[in-house]
Design a protein around this ligand. Sequence first.
Ligand code: BGC
Length: 764
Amino acid sequence: MDCAVSKPWTRIAALFFFSVLLAPNLWAQASPNAQDLLRQMTLEEKIAQLSQLPGMPIPEFKEQVGNMEDVVRKYGAGSVLWVSDPKEINRLQHIAVDESRLHIPILFGLDVIHGYHTIFPAPIAMASSWDPKLAESAQTIAAREARAGGISWTFAPMLDIARDARWGRMVEGAGEDPYLGAAMARAQVAGFQGSQPGSLDRVLACAKHFAGYGAADGGRDYDSSYIPEEQMWNTYLVPFKAALDAGVGTFMSAYMDLNDVPATGNRWLLHDVLRDSWHYRGFVVSDANAVHSLIAHGYARNGQDAAIKAFSAGLDMDMASGTYLKYLSEEVKQGRVSMDQIDNAVLPILEAKIRLGLFEHPFVDEGQIPRVPNAPESQELARAAVQRSLVLLRNEQALLPLDKRQIRSIAVIGPLADAELDLLGMWGAMTKPGPTVSILQGIKNKVGGTVRVEFAHGPNIRRDIPSFFENVAILPVKEQPQQTPEQARKAFNDAVATAKRNDVTVLVLGEIALMSGEGASRSSLKLSGGQQELLEAVIATGKPVVLVLVNGRPLDISWAAEHVPAILETWYSGSQAGNGIADVLFGDANPAGHLPVSWPRNSGQEPLYYDHNRTQSPEDAPDFTSRYWDSSSNPLYPFGYGLSYTSFSYGNVAVDRAQAKVGSIVNVSVDVTNTGNRPGDAVAQLYLHQRAGSASRPVRQLKGFQRVALAPGEKQTLHFKLGPDELQFWSPVKKEWSVEPEQFDVWVGADSAAKLHGEFHLTP
Ligand code: BGC
C-alpha cells in the first residue's frame, strides 16, 4: 500500500477527496422524486417546464408571453438559453429557486459545439482526424468548462449528414458518411455526458437536428428536404441512433420540412421512429422558434394550431417561441391535449434536472470559474487536436514541411492570415473563448527570431449578402470592412509585392466565420472577393507557395490543385489554430487528417458523395454516359483522402473465409507499412459492397477505420470485423433491416478509392 495513504489523516483526506470531490452527489441533499414533484404542479407550472425562454430580448416572445422574469417567478421555467454570464445565470436561477413556488431550478442551455473557453477545431475538422477518442477528450473539456460557468445543457453534437457543400452547416457536423458520423456521435456524447450522470463536470448532450436537415434542397439552409425512407434509415438517421445508443440525454428537432411535414411537427420522426421504434425516453426540444415557425411553413393555421401540432407530434419543449406558454393550457382545458400527455412530456425534463444534480447545485460558484478554463492541459489538447485534424491535400516535390534552417524570410499573406475570432467559427466565437493564436502569430512563435516574417493582408473579403448573425449581440464575429476599389487594389498590390520579396509565401485564404454555418449557404464554392486573383498573382511571382485554407466546407480549388505546390486544409481550428498549423507547416507534427467529405471540383457537382448507387452506365464502363459533358463526375479529392509527410503501403488483405452464414462475423485483416522515413499516422479504411440483393446497394460504404501511428519501416496488421451491424441495410422492399445472402466485396486502403480487394459470400 502507498505509505502516504496508510497514515490515518491522509486516509481521511483521500476518502474525503474521492467521496466528496469526485462524486459530488454523495454529499448533496437528496433530489426530489420527479413523480412527487409532478403531483404538486399546476398546469401552468408544467407548461413552464415545457418552455425554454430566450435569454436575449426577442420582441415576438415578449409579445406572446410578456416578461421572461415574471414567467420564471410565477411558474418557473424548463430552461433558458443564450445566457452565459455566470452572474446573470445566478440571478435568474435565484428567481427560480428562491421565488417560484416549487423552487425547480432552470436548466441553462447553450451551443457549446466545439469548446467553451478552450475552442477546439470545428466538428468537420474533428471528423477529419478520424480519431473519436480525440473528440471525446475535447468534449470532456468543453463540458467541464461550460459546467463550471453554469451551462448544464449543450445543443450538440450536430449529427446532420451533409452531402452538399453549398449548405453552410456542413462545418458543424462530421461530414457525409453515416459510419464515421456514428463514431463521432458516440464519442461526443461520451465526452459531454460521461458515464456518471450528475458529475458536476459534465453536461447534458443534445442530438440535433432531428432529422434530415443536411439534405436541404439546393443546399439552401432551412429549405425542404425530400428523403425517401430507405435513405433516412440507411444514412440520415444512423448517427442519431448511435447517439441514442450512447445514452444521449436530449434530442432537438430540425427546422425544415421533411417530406412536406416540418420536422418539429413530424409525428413519424418524433414518435414513430424515436419513441416507438427506438424506445427513447428523454425529451425533445424544438430548434429556436421552430414551433411558431410551423405557421410560416404553411403547416399550422395559427399559434394555437402550431402548439397542438408540435406537441401531439412528440415535441416536448418549445425553444424560445413562447407558443406553448401562450396556447397549451387552453388546449388542455378544451380537452384536445390530456393531462397525461402533458405529464409524459414534463417528466423527462424533471428527471434530467435531477440526474444533472441541479437541485443540489443550482448556482454557479463564481469563485471557481477561472481555475477551470485556464488549465494548461486543455490548451495542449486543443493544439494536438489541430495537428491531428489538418488535411494535407497536395505537396509537390515535398515543399512541406518547411525547413526553417533553409529559409531566410516568409511572407504570410491573406485576409485570414492574421484572423483570430474567425478561426473559431461561428459557434466557437459565441461562447466564452479565450485568446486565439492567429496563423501569423503561430508562424512567428515557431520560427522565433531566426526567420523574418512579413505580413500582408490583401483585400478584405465579405459576403455579398450580409449575415443575419452579424447583428446578433452575443455573436462577436463580423464581416471585414468594406473597402473602396482603390483600397482593395493597394492591398492586393502590397500582398503581391510582399510575396515577391520573400523566400516562401504562406497564403491563407478561405472563408471568414460568417461565410459558413447557419444561414451561410452559397451557390458557388469559388474563393470569394478577389482571393482567386490574389492566388494567381502570388503564384505568378514564381516563389514557392503554400496555400493554407481556412473554411467550413470544401471550396472550388481546381485551379490551385494544378498550380499550387502545397495545399493544407485547416477548417476552423480554434484557440490553438496558429500553433497547431505552424507545427504541421514546419514538420513538428506530421499531418494525418483525411477528408470526411468528397471534395468537389465545382459547385455544379453537388450534392456529391461516394456511397452512391451504381448506374446502368457506370464510371468504369467504356460508354460511360451518366456523366457531365462539361466536367468530370469524380471528386477532386475522394472521401477519406489525405496525404502525409511519409508514405504508407497497404498489402496482404485477407478475408478469413470465402463463405459465411448470415448472422456470423467475417474477419478482414490488412498489413499497413510506413514506407517513408518519418513517423506518421495512417488512417486505414475498410469499404464494403453488396453485389446484388432486394435493393441496389451503394458502390461502396465505409464499414471500419483505424488510425495507427507507425515508425519509419514499421508494419502493423490491422483487423476489422464485419458482423450483422456492418452487413445489414434497411431494405425498401422488405421495409426492415436485413442481412442478405449475397456476394460482398471489400476494399482496404487510405481513402474511398482504395484498390486492395477481397471478397466473400454470405450463405442463408
Ligand atoms: C440553430 C441550432 C441552435 C439554436 C440555439 C438555432 O438557430 O439551428 O443549431 O442550437 O439556434 O442557439
